[in-house]
Design a protein around this ligand. Sequence first.
Ligand SMILES: [Zn+2]
Length: 447
Amino acid sequence: MFFNEKIETMDRGDLDALIEERIRYTVKYASENSPFYKKWFKQQGINPSDVRTHEDLRELPLISGRTIREHQPPESTDFQFKSADWKEIFTLHETSGTSGTPKAFFFTWEDWGRYAEKYARNFVSQGFGPEDRVIVCASYGMNVGANTMTLAAHEVGMTIIPIGKCTFPSRVIMNYKPSAIVGSVFKLLGLARQMTNDNIPPHESSIQRLVVGGESFAEESRAYLSEIWGCEVYNTYGSTEGTMCGECTDMSGLHVPEDLVHLDIYDPQFKDFVPDGDCGRIVLTTLLPVGGKCGTLLLNYDTEDTTAVVTRNRCACGRTHMKILNPQRESETFWVAETPFNRVDVERGVFQRENMEYLTGEYEAFLYGGDDEGETIMRVSVECLNRETCDRQVVEENFLQAFFKYKPLLEEAHADGMFKIIFNFAAQKDLELYRIKGRPKRIVDRR
Ligand SMILES: [Zn+2]
């Protein structure tokens, strides 16, 4: 039921007290061991011992990915976020570097233990145990996720099949009879198509659970994935910075490991926290247990992701740690007619159930300025299972209905001709994203 029952089911009052104790210790550790924070506290004129509660964090400035890049080579002579001696550092890691230079992260062996524990709690909360054989599609190498997840599997007693990517021969499924796969929504859809072509229907395979993460998705795409695999699909929100939140079997939000990472949700101006239930920006602070050592720690780090707190009350699964909505990336939010929409809104339009009779689910969209002042054109390309037999009218109507559902201003702009949506029905493997290496960028703003 639990990996660490005492911590995972701790009463709110005790949990909050533990968090504040760890905030005080982490701030002290940062001010003594991180060259960046040593200087930062001095520059801000802040006495680290004055930071006593999570509200006090609100008075400190925020840092971002850019801050980290500006304080590591080649911008600076040393890694100023490295907060332990080299002899304490076990491994070093890099973020994927989708937005420029990768950020360096240093891990002590203790950090490995804490990251693994976060994953282990998620696995157990999703019903995993020693009988499970799990294919990990997340990449190994410099990435921390797959590596620490593998250590977590050891803690839970599971067997790992460390393939490290989602393209592998169907015989792996046939021969080893894995019970679960960790991967991304689109890679798992692709794998299902491959297996179907190989006459191994995914829902008849040995797979009993899928764990997805690495990007936000529409509930519709999860539902479709769940349908074709015939099993539950659990969401996780992991990052090099250490979020590792995961859905439990209650599937009503992602539990945050509150004793190991502190998340504050800020308003768009970064002036104050938003009330629970309101959407805002996720700002992260590492939490260290008293006496702990850490290779890289972050205080008030702007993740550039948005979410809302679902609840801080005890979950039906027994856990007391707060739950958040599936986070979305701020960089995937676009504004048209003074209305924001996210990539996930486009995805919802694509994955309407009836559309999936004709589409693979792969899509991409481009935003352009029109001929008239203030006019925007969005070109949505969808990949067809068969371009000839695809019912384009059905797909377009379903898309528009879903896309405009909660966006009356966008719908108005569409009706007025100020926001044009053009559909392109692509043959398989004919989207632009197939020609670009790395994580696909599904919405490109060319205005
Ligand atoms: Zn739960």
